[in-house]
Ligand binder design. Structure first.
Ligand SMILES: Nc1nc2c(c(=O)[nH]1)N[C@H]1C(S)=C(S)[C@@H](COP(=O)(O)O)O[C@H]1N2
Ligand SMILES: [Mo]
Length: 316
């Protein structure tokens, strides 16, 4: 379902921001306000030390005529980020003062390179890529978002996991002063997520630091979040402060909150309904009518092999 173009496959004219962004007339309008420098360097407003032009060289886009990129305004104002409130408009409204300077990520567990890293040091060795992915929320709505980030596989490799690292656990910042939604016990804070190591190192899995050619907005998970496009949106944990390599399947927030509704795997699957609603269809934000939900959110070719020996009905 996706098109993978490598640097060597595309001429330099084909990697201009235009060819990446301006495929759709609608999106052209939305991106009119982006300056070229901004488009080329998502770090410009953060740390200026990432070389300009290092991203958009490996472009992965969903195939298909109906894959309009969701307007940036929608993707940045209709959010799930319970640390800033449970209404869709809350994250944008209540995260305006959230600061992410000097962000650190603590790496622990089964790896040769544990320690506390600055986000910049973790990301800097790798070329930033743009990935246009579908995002399918478990609540049956979806978007198409152009992310900027680094394959999680590259980061993982650099941290040298041991053979005992079967899973990776991720944790969001826990700071009720800075994340006012954490003053209410809607979830058992901090927000936690996890992946099996093969899922974490699948080429689709992205550690994202931006979207729409810009630094990650606070409401979308600044400064760094996961993007796992074949799984329901809640697996794509925001504002990550720790990464742990572990031997056992880690605890995850939504599974702890309601195990029969939210499995550890939570692969997008139109044949397994949520106990309270159908997962057969979804509403693309901006569309009037629902569309069928695709197995693995349309990424079966890239990910189905990881689940060959699993019963995805009982192990959802
Ligand atoms: N820390 C944290 N991460 C989170 C969430 C959250 O509430 N807290 N919500 C999840 C859900 S349910 C979805 S659908 C996506 C939404 O990402 P978006 O707001 O960028 O579209 O973020 C996920 N990551
Ligand atoms: Mo979600």
């Amino acid at each position: 379902m996706i098109n993978i173009k490598k640097v060597s496959d595309i001429s330099s004219s084909a990697i201009t921001p235009e060819s990446i962004y301006l495929r759709r007339r609608e999106f052209m309008k939305a991106s009119g306000m982006l300056g070229t420098a901004m488009l080329l360097n998502p770090w410009m407003t953060a740390a200026a030390s990432i070389p300009i032009g290092d991203y958009a060289r490996n472009v992965i886009t969903p195939k298909g005529e109906d894959e309009e990129i969701t307007p940036e305004e929608d993707a940045t104002s209709y959010n799930n980020f319970y640390e800033f409130g449970t209404d869709k408009g809350d994250p944008k409204k209540y995260s305006t003062k959230f600061t992410t300077d000097d962000w650190k990520i603590t790496v622990g567990g089964e790896c040769a390179k544990p320690g506390t890293y600055s986000l910049e040091d973790l990301i800097k060795p790798f070329a930033i890529e743009e990935r246009v992915y579908r995002l399918r929320c478990v609540e049956a709505w979806s978007m198409v978002i152009p992310w900027l980030g680094v394959p999680l596989a590259s980061i993982i490799e650099s941290l040298e996991p041991t053979s005992k690292a079967k899973y990776i656990a991720f944790t969001t910042l826990h700071d009720p002063q800075r994340m006012p939604g954490q003053k209410r016990s809607v979830l058992d804070w901090p927000y936690r997520e996890g992946l099996r190591i093969d899922e974490a190192t699948n080429p689709l899995t992205l550690l994202a630091i931006g979207m729409y050619g810009k630094t990650m907005p606070n409401q979308n998970g600044a400064p760094v979040r996961l993007v796992v496009p074949w799984k329901y949106g809640f697996k794509s944990i925001k504002s990550i402060v720790s990464i742990d390599f572990v031997e056992q399947q880690p605890l995850t927030s939504w599974n702890m909150s309601s195990a029969r509704e939210y499995g550890f795997y939570s692969n997008v699957n139109p044949t397994v309904n949520h106990p309270r609603w159908s997962q057969k269809k979804e509403r693309r934000i901006g569309d009037l009518f629902k569309r069928p939900t695709l197995m693995f959110n349309g990424y079966a070719e890239e990910v189905a092999h990881m689940y060959d020996d699993m019963d995805l009905r009982s192990n959802y």
